[in-house]
Design a binder for this molecule. Sequence first.
Ligand SMILES: [Zn+2]
Ligand SMILES: [Zn+2]
Length: 96
Amino acid sequence: MLELRPSCEGCSKSLPPNATDAMICTYTYTFCGVCALTTLRNVCPNCGGNFQHRPIRTRAQLVKHPARVERIPVSIDETAHASFFERYRDTPAAER
Ligand SMILES: [Zn+2]
Ligand SMILES: [Zn+2]
């Protein structure tokens, strides 16, 4: 099950389960659309992968499987991101 993290790990913007601008990488590191696509240019600073929009979870399902409450501290490892970006900037996501 996807972990629905409550906030952007780049700028702390709240990203509730119905947010349409929440984006995740394969490990569910979670960023807002601006951080994921503009700041990070679609390269995850934690794994080098790309981002996709996070699907919403319906209110009915949230009763059974609630979103995570504790926020993730804001932290982008600039050095790691620079390294991944250098490696993958010209590589389509499917070929990374
Ligand atoms: Zn953000
Ligand atoms: Zn990642």
